[in-house]
Design a protein around this ligand. Structure first.
Ligand SMILES: *[C@@H]1O[C@H](CO)[C@@H](O)[C@H](O)[C@H]1NC(C)=O
Ligand SMILES: *[C@@H]1O[C@H](CO)[C@@H](O)[C@H](O)[C@H]1NC(C)=O
Ligand SMILES: *[C@@H]1O[C@H](CO)[C@@H](O)[C@H](O)[C@H]1NC(C)=O
Ligand SMILES: *[C@@H]1O[C@H](CO)[C@@H](O)[C@H](O)[C@H]1NC(C)=O
Length: 935
């Protein structure tokens, strides 16, 4: 590869792509263009030298203003150079494509390319002048910085102890108990309790823990976060959605408040308002809280004592968040670094005490510092000393915002160069946003932040960047339903740091309200994050003029303003995740020929009929049901992730998109046999979601086609076959399909299909974490196979539509060592027995049964499930109400007895719903599963 010769650890992710592209311009393809080589070579040498200096600057403690401004100019210049090269290459590419067309056209193209050549020569001349000037400035100011060098795919398992298992959350127990006492006292009237304390003390964590522990005792509850720029409408809508009430987008706050009040009027509610900054929004929010005599509670967290005083029901209802004790601080610190507190080398005792003193008992500070140390290749006292010296002296009394920022900034500086741009990119997301890992990874790749070493998959590399940021505690992991980190959050203070850095380097411009958009700047906007909350936004003229070279636009929340997208010729990333008051018209999108990432979650969206000109497009993600897909997406050579809403009709020829990694959803009903067979060509596929719906013959031919294509997809990690109705559908043709075995498969959801017997090949899927399956009967040997041969299984779901007669015993020796969640949809329960030691990690069981067919039994030995915390029962409805009521009472009482006999007293929750698979409505339409809480 042409780019391999370059030193690639580069500042800000800006210089790297430029240097790479200059290298490509040196290649054979561009030889013919006169004079190009010499100029390009000159640029390369100059820019490489500047880049070295930039890297040093990154690590420097302080830069003087001249150096800072020089740096900003270089970055700005690099963007322009990259835009220019990309544009040029694109034109050459197009001209080449056209050249293949015929002689007549060739003649006219010559002229065009000649013009292009002339233009590029001209532009390079200009760039050269700029480069020379910048380089002279460097020499004039003697900007050489003298700096000591700093340090240096999975997520560190030690972290899950800190973020996930509440039992190990260090030092929170006493405070949690205190707070629970405060919240759960006898007082009948509504009570508002606040947690007050400094940022980074763990207020949110504490509130979360209380919510988890006592939430189930309230009949309705909600947990909402406010941000520094409070948006009361969004907040009210968030409360509505958590109370499972309809949301409204175009009404007055007062109406929302009335809806909520009406719902809460006679209920026992528990609402947490996290991170309230100001007294002002409280005036509106507090209107929601009906004063009733139902023991209702509101809990707020805040950094501001005045807010706490203004909101709480009296002085006794204020909990001052305490820093961690010395002992707990040490425990947290050492657990993060060594995995346990006991087992660490003694020469670290003194130095760790010194470091901890400087962290003043703040969990955020401790975790950040500890992660910095944990991520060093070797544990050396010397490095610890160095870190100690760079921390400011402080004590719990005088620990300040500046101290915390200093610590966070140190950890930012200690990031390897390739991670810095990725980290700052998080600034495009709003506060408290749950940021999806896959989205982020795709955006990083589109932005060219990811270095692809030869022979490695770029998406894997990007994912390991994400994991590394988690390892370094720069982002907080969020674990999904199979205990995999799927999302992350950025701590408020970390986001403060990101904002400061983004401003300094003109990395991202964030727009929070339409007035602020007009702020003039000497620099062009390179990335724009629009984070509005109003639908009446005016088009900000002043801003538009600075947008001509914007390369990334991300839009969140609500906006009435759609930027004039089609003017942005240099756009690489377009992500619209906001509620828009208008149709998103993208018919002209082909003009944005550099586009690599397109995600539109708004609705409706209009796309052009053809998008073949988007030759660089890697990700296309649409959520609008009403948009149609351009017929030529299968011609996009770089398309790697295609995400379309359920029911979308795909054009023929999907098998041509060889680089495809993600395909969802593929609809069988609307695809030809050729298309289904074409799936087999997509050997890079890692995630495949297939959808099917009513109206198919019972023994369809497609299953044979699917069988033959699936067998070729050996890179699959996720496979879902979604079947919207009629689970009796027989899937035995798939029983023989898994050769070669999917050794990487982690998630397999076949719950919509029913096999006669558990397929033998399941036993070879040794990486499975999730398995959902329909099967007519299950034997002891099947359960033994699943339990013992799938050592990573976290979630297991079985649907057994027929009457199960064979008995099954799950014992300590049956495996299932890490299984946490088990769901069973089966009317009989008497065939199942748990023995001592069974499923030692199982925390949650979900059972689905039809009381009309139930064998009036509870699975035997539930008391042996030693980690069980929750049983969820989904009871099917049936037509005659009196019968139903009687049956429900019986189900409830039998399960209540089982729960009472269990040492943990697991929570028992009942839902009532219509069967998902078991029946069709008379008119043949599908029955959506409506759940109704029964409690
Ligand atoms: C994260 O930390 C774990 C444990 O130290 C290590 O195995 C893993 O390779 C790290 N991952 C990355 C991407 O740095
Ligand atoms: C904070 O307190 C420590 C120890 O009490 C002291 O050494 C340090 O100078 C103080 N820092 C500031 C900024 O006052
Ligand atoms: C598995 O697929 C079924 C539909 O076939 C769906 O209802 C269910 O939610 C899926 N399970 C998970 C964990 O995604
Ligand atoms: C399914 O595919 C496998 C090869 O992948 C083949 O051996 C088997 O016969 C096929 N089964 C059916 C029923 O088509």
């Amino acid at each position: 590869m042409a780019a391999a010769g370059i030193a690639v650890s580069v500042t800000m992710g800006v210089m790297k792509p430029v240097l790479e592209k200059l290298a490509i311009l040196m290649g054979d393809k561009y030889k013919k263009i006169k004079g190009l080589r010499k100029e390009v070579n000159f640029l390369r040498e100059e820019l490489s030298a500047m880049n070295d200096l930039l890297e040093k600057m990154d690590a420097a403690d302080k830069l003087d203003p001249q150096a800072k401004s020089w740096r900003k100019d270089i970055i700005d210049m690099s963007y322009d150079i990259e835009d220019c090269i990309d544009h040029f290459m694109d034109r050459v590419g197009e001209a080449e494509a056209r050249d293949k067309l015929g002689i007549l056209q060739k003649a006219s193209n010559c002229l065009k390319t000649f013009k292009d050549r002339y233009r590029i020569a001209n532009q390079i001349k200009k760039i050269k002048t700029r480069v020379i000037q910048t380089s002279q400035r460097r020499d004039r100011y003697k900007l050489d910085v003298c700096i000591s060098s700093t340090t240096t795919v999975d997520v560190d398992p030690r972290l899950s102890a800190i973020y996930k298992d509440s039992t190990t959350l260090v030092g929170i127990d006493t405070q949690k108990e205190e707070l629970i006492r405060l919240v759960m006292d006898e007082e009948q009237r509504l009570k508002v309790v606040s947690i007050v304390g400094f940022g980074g003390l763990g207020k949110t964590t504490l509130a979360n823990e209380v919510y988890r522990e006592v939430g189930a005792q309230f009949s309705c509850k909600a947990f909402v976060s406010i941000s520094q720029k409070p948006d009361v409408t969004r907040l009210l809508n968030s409360v509505l959605s958590q109370l499972e009430l309809p949301q409204y987008s175009n009404v007055y706050d007062m109406d929302l408040i009335n809806h909520i009040r009406k719902h809460l009027a006679d209920k026992r509610y528990f609402i947490i308002i996290d991170d309230l900054w100001d007294v002002e929004p409280w005036g509106t929010i507090s209107c929601v809280f009906v004063t009733n005599n139902q023991h209702s509670r509101v809990l707020i967290t805040t950094r501001n004592e005045n807010v706490a005083k203004a909101c709480s029901s009296g002085y006794r209802c204020i909990h001052n968040m305490q820093p961690l004790s010395e002992e707990d601080s040490r425990k947290l610190f050492l657990t993060r670094i060594f995995g346990s507190e006991d087992d660490f080398p003694s020469q670290f005792i003194d130095i760790s005490n010194e470091i901890l003193k400087k962290c003043a008992g703040l969990p955020l500070a401790i975790i950040t510092v500890a992660s910095m140390l944990a991520c060093q290749p070797r544990v050396l006292v010397k490095q610890w000393e160095k870190l100690r010296n760079s921390l400011a002296t402080s004590s719990p009394e005088n620990f300040s915002w500046a101290n915390m920022m200093h610590i966070l900034d140190l950890s930012y500086k200690s990031l390897p160069h390739h991670l810095k741009a990725c980290f700052l990119y998080l600034g495009t997301y709003p506060e408290d946003h749950q940021i999806s890992k896959v989205d982020l990874v795709r955006q990083w790749v589109a932005e060219n932040f990811v270095n692809k070493p030869p022979g490695q998959d770029i998406w894997d590399v990007a994912e390991s960047y994400f994991n590394e940021l988690v390892n370094r505690s720069m982002i907080q992991p969020i674990y999904d339903y199979i205990s995999v980190v799927s999302h992350c959050k950025v701590h408020d203070m970390m986001l403060d740091l990101i904002s400061i850095r983004c401003k300094e380097d003109n990395f991202i411009s964030v727009v929070h309200d339409s007035r602020a958009m007009a702020e003039p700047s000497q620099y062009l906007v390179r990335r724009l994050s629009v984070n509005l909350r109003n639908i009446e936004g005016k088009i900000p003229v002043a801003l538009s003029s600075g947008l001509s070279h914007v390369r990334c636009i991300a839009m969140f929340r609500t906006s009435g303003w759609l930027p004039p997208l089609l003017d942005f010729k240099f756009l690489r990333v377009l992500c619209i995740e906001c509620w828009m008051a208008q149709t998103i018209d993208l018919t002209g999108i082909c003009e944005l020929s550099l586009l690599r990432y397109l995600k539109v979650a708004g609705d409706p969206v209009i796309l052009p009929n053809k998008i073949q000109r988007l030759q660089h497009l890697e990700t296309l993600e649409l959520h609008s049901l009403r948009s149609h897909v351009p017929s030529d997406i299968v011609e996009l050579p770089h398309l790697s992730h295609l995400i379309l809403p359920t029911g979308t009709v795909l054009p023929e020829g999907i098998g041509k998109v060889k680089l495809l990694h993600t395909l969802k959803e593929f609809c069988v009903l609307t695809s030809s046999s050729e298309s289904i067979e074409g799936l087999g060509e997509l050997t890079n596929l890692e995630e495949l979601r297939i959808h099917n719906s009513v109206g198919l013959p019972r023994t369809p031919r497609w299953i044979a086609a699917l069988n033959s294509s699936l067998g070729k997809l050996s890179n699959l990690k996720i496979l879902y076959v979604k079947y919207s109705i009629d689970g009796h559908f027989c899937a035995d043709a798939l029983s023989s399909c898994a050769y070669p075995p999917f050794s990487k498969l982690g998630e397999l959801n076949l719950s919509g299909l029913t096999f006669s017997r558990v397929p033998r090949w399941l036993g070879d899927l040794c990486s499975l974490r999730l398995l959902l399956l329909g099967v007519k009967k299950i034997l002891q040997e099947d359960v033994d196979m699943i339990g013992t041969r799938l050592p990573s299984l976290v979630r297991l779901g079985l649907r057994i539509p027929a009457f199960q007669t064979d008995r099954v015993v799950i014992a300590g020796s049956t495996g299932f060592r890490v299984l946490k969640f088990f769901s069973l949809d089966c009317d009989g329960m008497s065939w199942l027995t748990f023995e001592a030691g069974a499923m030692p990690k199982l925390g949650e069981i979900q059972l689905e049964l039809d009381p009309g067919k139930w064998d009036v039994a509870v699975p035997a030995g539930l008391e042996h499930l030693c980690s069980l915390q929750k049983i969820e029962l989904l009871i099917m409805r049936f037509r005659r109400l009196e019968e139903e009521n009687a049956a429900v009472v019986q189900v409830k009482s039998m399960f209540q007895d089982a729960v009472n006999a269990h040492l943990n007293r697991p929570a028992l929750q009942f839902y009532q719903g219509w069967p998902r698979f078991k029946e069709l409505r008379e008119d043949g339409t599908s029955v959506e599963n409506e759940l109704l809480a029964l409690n």
